[in-house]
Design a protein around this ligand. Structure first.
Ligand code: ATP
Length: 613
């Protein structure tokens, strides 16, 4: 569906993700973020109590000041004298309030910070685990950089929202409410005058929130795009250098950065009015205080001390309203990241395990019955059409055919990386849909053209297939397959680091490690997608020997590119346009003088030309 939409018009990242998640963007993130706080409710409660205490401490300070102004200087016959005991107590009180304020706010920051780190980490784990569950189609359609942006940067972007956000919001609300009560007690008139500002401020805040949410969503999208480009560049660096397109590639990156900057600047421009507006409103508030206070003194309703005290309360009343600017900015950035994270979490894996999975048998009989399949549901034709193929347990079947006609796709359907559109794929008489994906994939060992190893040593890579095996057992398996001579020649033998994705090893060495890995996993069915890249004759022989040993007693499917290697296969199936057009032994198919015989002759001629050259 996503592909079709993309064809109709260019989809932006969010639209594509909405299509993949089959859900629209949830704009109200608040209610989805709230349950995350459940895991840390103890710390959250402690922070609420500490912030309440903090507000109490902040509010007592103006009272000290009022007492000093109104009662700290006494009229006597000698003139004005100091009320020393009161001044001492008020100074001690003021000092203590500062000490408590520092201590309490430090503790509150620490607790809210550690709670947020806990939440962010559990969200990271949740996103990572979910990613591993998603089906291949999701990864086909989503750029790696965008996924990394979700799992990394978008989660980081929640930090300011979750760490400082809640205590600051709580504190702002408490200060606002308590300041209102305090002002009401001192002068209801003053509070009512100030209250006239509030609707204007709320309307402006609502507008600002809407504008900045949209802005930040666009900024996050532009950011994800240049990250995706960076990741593609890193993974395709060889091709970029080989084809000398560094300059074009850098120009594209600059264009994406330019888009990002423009979005950011436009966004800032659109919301730049809010801060000055709140400042103007707080100046208006001060003007109200002075006007109401002067009248109050004239009419003997207020004392000078009360005006000084009110000055603080007006600041405490208007301060939180000004802070809303920063809080909403943070909420908008965090919410737009949260929307993307939840869209990813809402994307359901297309391929799911059955409720009551079948227990896998260990024979290795494979059958494709009238299978139809296409990668893109909207595409007009099928990649695999009406394909029927049976591979009895223990048989070695070679699949040959022109490039792009569906050979590798057959394997992807066997391992259920994709779901067939019609027909069925059976392993030991059971539809692959009725197995748990993990147990099906343990039954089928894959040695692919582009073998991927994980960073670590050769031995560590082998141990992935047999976690309990000792070093000696792993090395014994290498020797059984005759791969020891080549692997022991590596700089540190089996302790050699293979590098990221196995980059420090040659194609042949990587292939050998993968063959031993498949041998250690001991699957009932083996698939070898034969490497097209040439390796030296000695390594080629070692690989062939290792592979023959590996196939003993198992069902094996070889996707063959070099037809010389499959003459001994029990059967050969020729695939054309996603169908089996011929099947038989090498001798039978040569005698038939059809597709295979044509392919074989062409292969022989090509080999002879290469040798002659
Ligand atoms: N993930 C994918 N998404 C969309 N189309 C795909 C995908 N993988 C393969 N295809 C398409 O499906 C068709 C069959 O591809 P497949 O890889 O099965 O061919 P093949 O016969 O194995 O080719 P080769 O000999 O080059 O490895 C091709 O047209 C290819 O473009």
């Amino acid at each position: 569906m996503a592909e079709k939409l993309r064809q109709e018009r260019a989809l932006n990242d969010i639209e594509l993700e909405q299509a993949l998640a089959k859900k629209s963007l949830d704009r109200n993130m608040f209610w989805r973020l709230l349950p995350l706080l459940q895991q840390v409710w103890g710390k959250v409660t402690a922070v609420i109590l500490l912030e309440t205490l903090l507000v109490g401490v902040i509010f007592i300070r103006p009272w000290f000041l009022r007492e000093v102004i109104d009662h700290g200087f006494l009229q006597s016959a000698q003139g004005v004298i100091l009320n020393t005991p009161l001044l001492v107590w008020m100074s001690i009180g003021m000092g203590l309030s500062w000490i408590v304020r520092f201590g309490v706010s430090g503790l509150s920051q620490y607790l809210s910070g550690s709670a947020a780190v806990h939440i962010l980490n559990s969200l990271r784990v949740q996103v990572f685990a979910h990613l591993q569950q998603l089906s291949m189609r999701y990864f086909d359609q989503t750029k790696a950089g965008r996924i990394i942006s979700r799992a990394d940067r978008d989660i980081d972007a929640l930090e300011p929202l979750l760490i400082q956000g809640p205590p600051e919001l709580l504190s702002a609300l408490l200060r606002f409410v308590v300041a209102s009560v305090a002002l009401w007690i001192i002068s209801p008139k003053l509070l009512l005058a100030l209250a006239s500002i509030v609707p204007v401020l709320f309307a402006a805040t609502w507008l600002f929130k809407r504008i900045s949410e949209k802005n930040w969503a666009k900024v996050a999208e532009a950011r994800a795009r240049f990250t995706a480009h960076l990741v593609e560049t890193v993974s395709g660096v060889r091709i970029i250098k080989q084809t000398v397109i560094e300059d074009d590639n850098a120009t594209r990156y600059r264009a994406l950065l330019h888009d990002f900057n423009t979005t950011l600047i436009k966004g800032n421009l659109r919301s730049s009015w809010f801060l000055p507006l709140t400042q103007v409103l707080s100046t208006v508030g001060m003007a109200f205080l002075l006007a109401t206070g002067s009248l109050g003194i004239v009419e003997h309703e207020m004392t000078v001390g009360q005006i000084a005290q009110s000055l603080f309360y007006v600041q405490l009343f208007l301060g939180p309203l000004q802070e809303l600017n920063d809080l909403f900015e943070r909420y908008s950035t965090g919410a737009s990241s949260a929307q993307r994270i939840f869209l990813l979490l809402d994307t359901e894996p297309e391929i799911i395990d059955p409720a009551t999975p079948q227990l896998p048998a260990v024979r290795g009989h494979v059958a494709f019955n009238k299978v139809h399949f296409k990668y893109n549901p909207q595409a007009p034709g099928y990649v695999i059409q009406d394909l029927s193929l049976e591979i009895p347990a223990g048989q070695v079947l070679a699949i040959v055919g022109p490039t792009g006609h569906g050979k590798s796709t057959i394997v992807q359907l066997l391992t259920r990386f994709y779901e067939v559109n019609a027909g069925e794929v059976l392993v030991d008489g059971v539809n692959v849909k009725d197995y748990e994906q993990s147990s099906l994939r343990r039954k089928v060992g894959l040695v692919l053209q582009d073998n991927v190893l994980f960073s670590g040593t050769v031995l560590e890579n082998l141990r992935l297939a047999a976690p309990q095996a000792s070093d000696a057992e792993l090395i014994h398996a290498v020797k059984e397959l005759g791969a020891d001579e080549i692997l022991e020649r590596l700089p540190q033998g089996y302790a050699t680091q293979v590098g990221p994705l196995g980059a420090f090893l040659s194609h042949g060495q990587r292939q050998l490690v993968c063959i031993v890995r498949a041998y250690l996993a001991n699957p009932a069915i083996l698939v070898l997608d034969e490497a097209t890249s040439a390796v030296d004759l000695q390594t080629e022989r070692k690989i062939q020997t290792a592979f023959r040993r590996l196939c003993e007693g198992r069902t094996a499917i070889i996707i063959a590119h070099r037809l010389s290697t499959i003459r001994d296969a029990d059967a050969i199936a020729v695939i054309r346009d996603g169908q089996v057009v011929e099947k038989g032994s090498h001798g039978q198919l040569i005698a038939l003088d059809g597709h295979y015989s044509g392919l074989y002759k062409a292969y022989q001629e090509a080999s002879e030309t290469t040798l002659a050259a």
